[in-house]
Design a protein. Structure first.
Lengths: 243, 298
């Protein structure tokens, strides 16, 4: 009897190593992820029943793909270095904290300080991100389809934060050199953060980020750019009386 | 840290399960606070009965014969249902003040956890699972309830320092955070006649809300006032006889997640607390906005 070819999606699922957090511990999952060696055939992983667990898939340092089926708690995919991690749900505080490289996609919302201190890679939030998104970012690219909360990109040093919706209070407070692109309204700008001109190179950069994040229905020209006025870089002696 | 939960039922068929649902929610947050735990459950108010939840360090001594002595003192029927270190005293609503007063002389070591027509409050030192077992919270029915598991920061780890705090009839509050101007606010409230049992910052927040509501504010307006009058970090979840409210300070660094379906409104410090609720996969789940008051009333 001729074998019926399986649909592609099923075949891929068949190859994925499945971890069910209802039956296996978080530590077993993370240890298994850390034991992946270069050239391993275990390149596709699936995590079931995360149910708000903390620290799901932290510290992964190989270019594997991980699909997390459900919502996660604190620090999911923190320190990611090269993996492609998709959360098919929402993420708690600190998703992708200190990411080095790779990509993280959150299909739902993200809580506080998404992508905090991230040094590289791409973090995409398809819903909203709450307060302090991209705080102290150091090279990461963050694309948020919805809105972001207050104090986002606080002390952001480098990288790009792209927001298709609105930004909350005190955007980019005490910012260094990160670029902030916001399509909607900004509730208020933080200290030393100003609106800047969108030059052709910025349009090009932003278009590249939108393409990478799979955003097709929005044009780069719809965004405004914000960044540092560079007035806080050096101490101004005229302000000495304030101290 | 601390973990807080709240559950407000819209669907009456869930009422027999309120205690069990709230217990599971609180236990799931045990590692946010191992010091003590507490729960307030609101049963349906009948109008002909008031309840005083009390606690004693020596329950066998203090609760024995209390019903008879208290009935004699207030001149009305009194029942006493003992649950471990706590007891629920039932009498007619007009005798609550008299009963409270009589308790002071009849049983000076007894502490009042809360009073009202609907609320019962149970709190003790220990993990949520132990506290829930000790008071058989899982078997309790009700319309809404709130709970707390504590990691102490501002005052001692004692029964009285555990949450929920109740400072008015059928009012109580749980708090994640720490207040920095509580001494000042306490002094102002004392001047207005409020009394305090502890040095705890959260008790001040509870008393602040009771005081505002005693001045005619509704729950939403009272919660709104916390944003300008209380300084510090807070996510508050508050219960009243027929309502349930949530507010976070403007900085909002204390976590909060809410879920709503046709059957309930639920609050948890983390999503973990909500995962066992019926229909959670299709619930509207969101993070409450900073400096924004949410409240629901039956």
């Amino acid at each position: 009897m001729p074998a019926t070819p399986m649909p592609k999606a099923h075949r891929e699922q068949g190859h994925a190593r499945v971890f069910d957090l209802a039956e296996q511990s978080l530590r077993e999952l993370n240890q298994a992820l850390h034991q992946v060696t270069p050239g391993s055939n275990e390149t596709a992983w699936e995590v079931l029943n995360p149910k708000g667990s903390h620290s799901v898939a932290v510290g992964v340092d190989h270019p594997i793909s991980i699909d997390v089926r459900g919502s996660v708690g604190y620090y999911c995919a923190g320190m990611n270095d090269g993996a492609t991690i998709t959360v098919h749900g929402s993420a708690g505080p600190g998703v992708g904290e200190n990411m080095m490289s790779g990509s993280i996609v959150v299909k739902g919302d993200a809580s506080q300080y998404a992508g905090a201190t991230g040094r590289g890679g791409l973090l995409v939030i398809e819903g909203n991100a709450s307060s302090r998104c991209g705080i102290s970012m150091k090279g990461i690219d963050i694309v948020v389809h919805g809105n972001i909360g207050h104090m986002s990109a606080f002390m952001a040093q480098s990288g790009n934060l792209v927001v298709l919706g609105d930004a909350g209070d005190a955007l980019g407070d005490s910012i260094y050199e990160a670029r902030l692109f916001v399509r909607g309204k900004v509730e208020s700008l933080g200290a030393d953060c100003i609106a800047k001109e969108m030059r052709p190179e910025h349009i090009e950069l932003l278009q590249g980020l939108l393409d990478k994040a799979g955003v097709t229905d929005v044009k780069a020209s719809e965004f405004k750019r914000y960044g540092s006025a560079r007035k806080l870089y050096n101490f101004n002696i005229d302000n000495a009386d304030a101290y | 840290m601390c973990g807080i939960v709240g559950l407000f039922l819209k669907d009456k068929t869930l009422e027999p399960k309120l205690g069990a649902m709230l217990s599971e929610m609180l236990i799931s947050l045990s590692d946010r606070g191992p010091d003590s735990a507490g729960i307030a459950i609101y049963g349906a108010a009948t109008g002909n009965e008031a309840k005083i939840t009390v606690q004693s360090p020596k329950p066998e001594r203090d609760f024995r014969g209390l019903d008879v002595e208290l009935a004699k003192a207030v001149g009305a029927p009194v029942s006493v249902a003992v649950k471990s270190t706590h007891a629920v005293i039932r009498t007619t609503p007009d005798k609550v003040d008299a009963a409270r007063e009589a308790l002071q002389s009849l049983r000076p070591d007894i502490r009042i956890m809360g009073a009202g027509e609907a609320v019962e409050i149970y709190k003790e030192v220990g993990l949520p699972a132990a506290v829930v077992d000790r008071f058989d919270v899982r078997s309790m029915t009700g319309t809404h309830g709130i709970g707390h598991t504590r990691m102490a920061t501002e005052s001692a780890v004692t029964t009285m320092g555990a949450h929920p705090f109740s400072t008015g009839a059928d009012q109580c509050l749980v708090h994640n955070g720490s207040l920095s101007n509580h001494n000042n606010v306490r002094r102002e409230l004392v001047r207005e006649g409020m009394t305090f049992e502890t040095e705890n910052d959260t008790e001040v927040a509870a008393a602040y809300l009771s005081n505002r509501m005693a001045h005619g504010k509704n729950l939403g307006e009272a919660l709104e006032g916390t944003l300008s009058d209380l300084d510090g970090f807070f996510t508050f979840v508050v219960g009243t006889k027929n309502g349930f409210g949530v507010v976070r300070d403007p900085i909002a660094c204390k976590p909060a997640v809410m879920a709503e379906t046709d059957q309930y409104v639920a609050f948890g410090s983390e999503y973990r607390a909500l995962t066992k609720l019926p229909g959670i996969d299709n619930a509207r789940v969101w993070e409450p906005e900073p400096a924004t008051v949410y409240f629901w009333e039956h």
